[in-house]
Ligand binder design. Structure first.
Ligand SMILES: Nc1ncnc2c1ncn2[C@@H]1O[C@H](COP(=O)(O)OP(=O)(O)OP(=O)(O)O)[C@@H](O)[C@H]1O
Length: 763
């Protein structure tokens, strides 16, 4: 049964219970205590019982069978007792087991409670341990720190000891230094006094510099005056030169005529001389004949005398001789007559010769006089030309000085006349021009809601200013392009304010032509004039427009009809030399202003123009005209590369006011965006910011060299005088005055024979 319960082995608890808690030894004590004498005092060992239970016990061989049977019987009896006892024991054990089970359960419960408690405690302990560990670590750190502090303190102490020693040593030297420093201090105080004195003097110097500055300003004005006078003188000198040239030409003609008549007279003289020579020869011959005949006559006379002496001779012979003598005398007389005639002829010829000699002398004298006058004229001409060159270089120098003093971006303002379309009350004046000497020709005032806004620019053109007057002010700048500068002139302003009028003029009205045609005429005229100084120029032209942030080639013969059919992507690139190139753009060589006018007309027809509420013929794009000039002087071997950019910007307009819709709205938005990029660039330049957002629009990127480089740039801000446009005019003038305050750089002349791309560049 036990075996069934526990695989044939007695449970350990049983031994404990039976043995009274002793785990080893035999069962005798226990069995006897319960079984008493029934066991017969026979002891059996635990192994025996186990063996018995497992039926492994064999009675010992030395007993007899009976003894063996008795033993066995006894054994069986005991076994039965054992079994009984075991049964009792089992009951006890079950009872015990139940008790133990209950105890176990309560122990388990306790255990479980304990476990929970333990877990809680463990957690508590863990956190305490953690805290303790932290404390320990921090304590260790503190300890280490304190150790290092201690070491450092010891070191510092040692050092301090050393320092103290050395301080004690140096104290004395410091005392000496102190004395010296005190001495120096007193001398420094003296210096401070002198510096203060110097400061005062510097302030005075500063004041004098300011005065000098204002003096320079007035000198600048004077220089402007001088420049204008120099211009006038230049014109006078040019006129003088042309009259001298005229005189020179007429003298040259006279000289040629005189030379021709001289040659004629020389020929006549030579003919007369040869005639005289011939006559002389004839005369000589006649004289020889006469002499010969005279000697014959003399001979014959001698013979006659001899014959006369010979009276005895025959009368016939005498008659003969007399006839001969008469003949000879007649011949002699006729020859004498001939000689007389010849002598007369000779005298006439000699007279003629003398006369021709006299006229030849006169002609020679006249010729020499003319030669003298001619060389004098040549000398005066050379002098005038030298003066002209000097005047020209003075003009350039003064002009460049003015620009350098001003910074390279200048601003002109032009107010257009009131138009019928402005619908304005012509009595109400929103724009006025101050007449004080300071601001005369340079100031403009706007009246908005009763408040006056004043602005000053390099030049302000009143509504009555003519196109010619405007051009006169920019002609110097245009001229600089021929001197090798990059020049950029752009018109800015609200839509309908007169930009296109200023730049291009009125179509079909020759006298009202704008800056672009006038500039070209001046350039081509100057090209002709400068030829006399050895300059040869080549010109290339290109024209483009930026419409809705897209570049369009206005000279392309294969221009797409619609926006979407466009194939070419014109990209802008700036090279290392500061030149700008637009890929695939048409560039044409031009030789006369007429050729360029023709191209301008062609471009004007291709330009994007539309009608808005503000302007009947509004330019809906930015127009960029570029002329590249490359010049070479054979005599000085100088080379210049100038660029002239003339730009008519699209007009800014308020969406609300323009009343644009559809495509017009898109255009207006694109125009306003690029103009606002332009103002961003100008403001960044004015503030001297590190990053200037040139790349924010095609317009600003294209104009980068003009705005941020070394070119001479002029902005013409156009404003309308209409009271209804006062807000826009104010915006334009505010922007222009920011531009006017910009200092961008110093214009640089391109005079070296540096390599330039054969493609046209913008700056
Ligand atoms: N100085 C002037 N004298 C006479 N008329 C002028 C003057 N300036 C402008 N106008 C006239 O004003 C009108 C608008 O001028 P224009 O077309 O030049 O303006 P805009 O600024 O180019 O306009 P948009 O930006 O819309 O193209 C035109 O009829 C023009 O003839």
């Amino acid at each position: 049964m036990v075996g069934a319960v526990n695989g044939g082995r007695l449970p350990r608890q049983v031994f404990s219970v039976v043995n009274g808690g002793h785990d080893s030894g035999t069962w005798a004590g226990s069995v006897s205590s319960r079984a008493g004498s029934d066991c017969g005092g026979i002891e059996f060992r635990r192994e025996d019982v186990e063996a018995l239970l497992n039926e492994k016990i064999r009675p010992k061989d030395k007993f007899s069978l009976k003894e063996k049977c008795d033993t066995m019987m006894d054994y069986i009896k005991r076994l039965r007792m054992c079994i009984k006892w075991f049964q009792e024991l089992e009951g006890d054990l079950l009872f015990e087991q139940e008790k133990h089970m209950r105890m176990l359960e309560s122990a388990e419960q306790k255990c479980y409670d304990m476990e929970i408690l333990m877990n809680e405690k463990e957690e508590e302990l863990n956190s305490i341990i953690m805290e303790l560990r932290k404390n320990y670590t921090s304590l260790q750190e503190k300890f280490a720190k304190e150790e290092s502090d201690k070491l450092a303190a010891i070191e510092t102490l040692t050092k301090e000891k050393d320092a103290r020693l050395s301080a004690e040593r140096s104290q004395s030297s410091i005392l000496e230094d102190l004395e010296r420093a005190q001495r120096e201090c007193s001398s420094a105080n003296q210096k401070i006094l002198s510096v203060n004195d110097m400061y005062k003097r510097l302030q005075e110097y500063n004041t004098s510099l300011q005065q000098y500055n204002s003096k320079l300003q007035s000198e600048l004005q004077q220089t402007n005056e001088i420049l204008k006078n120099a211009e006038k003188e230049k014109v006078a000198v040019l006129e003088n030169i042309s009259s001298l040239r005229g005189q020179c030409t007429s003298l040259q003609e006279q000289l040629t005529a005189t030379k021709a008549s001289n040659t004629e007279l020389k020929n006549l003289k030579e003919a007369a001389a040869s005639e005289v020579e011939r006559l002389r020869l004839d005369l000589q011959q006649v004289r020889d004949d006469r002499d010969r005949q005279l000697s014959q006559v003399q001979d014959l006379s001698a013979e006659v005398l001899k014959y006369k002496e010979w009276t005895g001779k025959s009368a016939a012979e005498v008659g003969n001789l007399t006839t001969k003598s008469n003949q000879l005398e007649a011949t002699c007389i006729s020859q004498s007559d001939q000689i007389k005639i010849l002598q007369e002829k000779l005298a006439v010829a000699e007279n003629k010769l003398a006369m021709s000699d006299v006229s030849a002398f006169e002609i020679r004298t006249g010729y020499e006089e003319q030669m003298r006058a001619n060389s004098e004229l040549q000398f005066r001409l050379a002098e005038a030309e030298v003066k002209l060159v000097e005047g020209e270089s003075l003009r350039k120098k003064l002009h460049n000085t003015i620009l350098e003093l001003k910074g390279n971006i200048r601003v002109f303002c032009r107010v257009r006349p009131l138009l019928f379309d402005d619908g304005a009350d012509h009595e109400t004046k929103a724009v006025s021009f101050p007449t004080t000497t300071d601001n005369l020709g340079r100031g403009i005032e706007l009246l908005q809601h009763g408040q006056k806004h004043s602005f000053t620019f390099d030049k302000v053109f009143v509504p009555e200013s003519s196109q010619e007057e405007v051009f006169e002010e920019v002609s110097q700048l245009v001229q600089s392009a021929l001197d090798g500068y990059k020049v950029c002139i752009f018109a800015y302003g609200q839509t309908g304010s007169g930009k296109t009028h200023t730049m291009m003029g009125t179509p079909g009205n020759y006298d009202d032509k704008g800056l672009i045609p006038r500039s070209l005429e001046q350039i081509f005229e100057a090209k002709q004039t400068l030829q006399n100084q050895g300059w040869k120029y080549e010109m290339q032209v290109s024209m483009l427009e930026i419409y809705n942030e897209t570049i369009r080639d206005l000279l392309s013969t294969t221009r797409p009809l619609t926006e979407s059919s466009g194939t070419k992507q014109y990209s802008i690139k700036h090279d290392a030399n500061g030149n700008t190139h637009v890929s695939d753009l048409t560039i044409l060589d031009v030789r006369s202003s007429r050729e360029v006018s023709f191209l301008l007309n062609r471009a004007a027809q291709s330009r994007s123009v539309g009608k808005t509420q503000m302007n009947e013929q509004s330019s809906r794009s930015h127009f960029v005209f570029t002329l590249r000039i490359s010049g070479y002087n054979e005599s000085t071997e100088q080379q210049v590369q100038g660029v002239l950019n003339l730009i008519d910007l699209a007009g800014s307009e308020r969406l609300s006011k323009s009343g644009s819709t559809g495509d017009r709205l898109k255009e207006t938005q694109a125009i306003n965006k690029s103009l606002s990029s332009l103002s961003d660039v100008i403001f960044a330049l004015a503030r001297k910011e590190d990053h200037v957002p040139f790349r924010n629009s095609k317009l600003t990127y294209l104009l980068q060299p003009c705005l941020g480089g070394d070119s001479k740039t002029l902005m013409v801000v156009n404003v309308s005088p209409a009271p209804s446009s006062i807000n826009e005019s104010l915006c334009s003038l505010r922007f222009a005055s920011r531009v006017n305050a910009c200092e961008i750089g110093t214009p640089r002349r391109q005079t070296s024979a540096r390599q330039m791309d054969s493609r046209l560049s913008y700056g």
